[in-house]
Design a protein around this ligand. Structure first.
Ligand code: MG
Length: 464
């Protein structure tokens, strides 16, 4: 653990101005007079750069809250605030106001909930005069002024080498959810496009794990993100060979770091809620070791089938998200929904609490048309951020009949572009399905100009 990467925590009373050195990762707490009657607003600076910063905000409720409006004064000059998971926010001079988005309005008595986040231009200093629903959160001295992090599972413990120059990760850095899409660490909107691997254990050759292939896709197809689909349930996949496939995923992550490409770590399962303990252990371990990397995006459940969102899938996500967040406070997590990750509108009615959460929507253009885009629109209108981690210009079986539906696929591409929805296309392997992108004899190291097949020419045409 490097001391300069340690998260430092500094709690102060609301009336005291925090002096925060540039680059420090700091929590400023406005503490309540008592757990039963007061309130506490935690202002957690999670990232800083030359011209701005990102913060997450938690509220501890004294009495139970059913809806909240939080206000404070910044101690330093800030501007251009972009907040997410709030219905409204405004900045009047130094006075900032934000109110709940509906789904995150309830906080039980004594409970602490991370409720929203924002980016701003200016200097990350402190906050003062914090109120919740007009009640000033003030009072006690902090009991632990020691800036040493008491948390033994300190997030982001490792130093991060800069991404190679000119690469997607060097350009956008640490991603966060903003509105219904993603932003980079400078606040810019980011639409990532790339491809997914085949189920790792069913690849005809180890294309996904090959460093030269990834570099070639970055330089020739302009991919910005690669999804590593780690099969979980079939014989020979993760549940039967956990050490092997964890190690192969690590190779893909290492390659993504070397090439400056984003990587989605996909628990490629259809019944993951039956293997929650294994998923929690996998993501806890991976997040502890890789959560400090800006490259990594977590995808805990590829495609739930016809099961209950609120009764089966959401509780699974809550457990896995908690395990990841105990190690990695900030990297994006993309959540699957029932009906093979099509029921984003159902998830939107009962979303998972937390920050930097997105939802995947999977489509296959011979099977899915406007009705599924309508479900995506409904989810975004309700505030969900979407990421299409799988799609094909084929039927939903991946194109066993070899058919392509390019007109409908183009309508999907246009819809994703309009909403800045990031995507990875299914799938990098040789085979007869129309979603298999490579033809027989494609070398494992890339150089595939004469080996594109199926929907691959269309996919490559629509990469950046
Ligand atoms: Mg992180």
């Amino acid at each position: 653990m490097r001391a300069d990467r340690q998260r430092r925590r500094l709690s102060i009373v609301v009336a005291t101005v925090a002096a925060v050195s540039a680059g420090a990762l700091t929590i400023v707490a406005a503490q309540g007079a008592g757990a039963q009657t007061g309130c506490e607003v935690d202002y957690d600076i999670v990232n800083e750069w030359a011209s701005g910063f990102q913060a997450n905000v938690s509220i501890t409720a004294g009495e139970a809250l059913d809806g909240w409006t939080v206000e404070w004064d910044f101690t330093e000059a800030v501007s251009d605030i972009s907040a997410w998971n709030v219905a409204d926010h405004s900045l009047d001079g130094s006075r900032f106001t934000a109110s709940d988005a509906g789904w995150n309005g309830s906080i039980a008595s004594g409970q602490t909930t991370e409720v929203f986040g924002f980016t701003a231009a200016g200097t990350a200093g402190g906050i003062t005069g914090a109120t919740v629903n007009g009640v000033l959160c003030d009072g006690e001295q902090p009991t632990d002024p020691d800036p040493t992090d008491p948390d033994p599972t300190d997030p982001d413990p490792e130093p991060t080498d800069p991404a190679p120059e000119g690469t997607p990760v060097e350009q956008h850095g640490q991603l966060h959810v903003c509105g219904t899409a993603m932003c980079g660490e400078h606040g810019e909107a980011v639409q990532l496009r790339g491809v997914s691997s085949m189920w790792l254990h069913w690849q005809t050759q180890p294309y996904a794990q090959n460093l030269s292939a990834l570099e070639w896709m970055r330089d020739n197809w302009n991919i910005e993100v690669f999804r590593v689909a780690m099969g979980v349930e079939p014989e020979g996949a993760y549940l039967s060979e956990p050490d092997l496939w964890r190690s192969e995923v690590e190779t893909v992550i290492d390659n993504a770091v070397a090439t400056g490409v984003y990587v989605i770590v996909d628990f490629h399962a259809h019944e993951a809620h039956r293997h929650q303990a294994e998923a929690v252990a996998f993501f806890s371990d991976m997040a502890e070791r890789y959560g400090h990397l800006p490259n990594v995006i977590w995808e805990p459940y590829n495609e739930p089938e016809i099961v209950s969102w609120s009764g089966q899938v959401k509780p699974y996500h809550e457990a896995v998200v908690a395990a990841i967040r105990a190690q990695d406070p900030d990297n994006i997590i993309v959540l699957g929904s029932p009906t093979w990750s099509q029921d984003v509108d159902v998830a939107a009615a009962d979303p998972v609490a937390g920050t930097n959460l997105m939802y995947t929507l999977h489509f296959y253009s011979c099977t899915h048309d406007q009705y599924l885009r309508d479900k995506g629109d409904a989810a975004m209108n309700a505030g969900l951020a979407l990421f299409v981690t799988e799609w094909g210009a084929s039927h939903a079986d991946g194109g066993l009949d070899g058919l392509l539906c390019l007109d409908e696929a183009q309508r999907w591409i246009d819809w994703m572009d309009r909403h800045q929805i990031s995507w990875t296309a299914w799938k990098l392997d040789v085979g007869e399905d129309s979603t298999n992108m490579l033809s027989e004899g494609a070398p494992v190291t890339g150089g595939w100009d004469d080996h594109l097949r199926g929907h691959a020419p269309f996919v490559v045409d629509n990469l950046p």
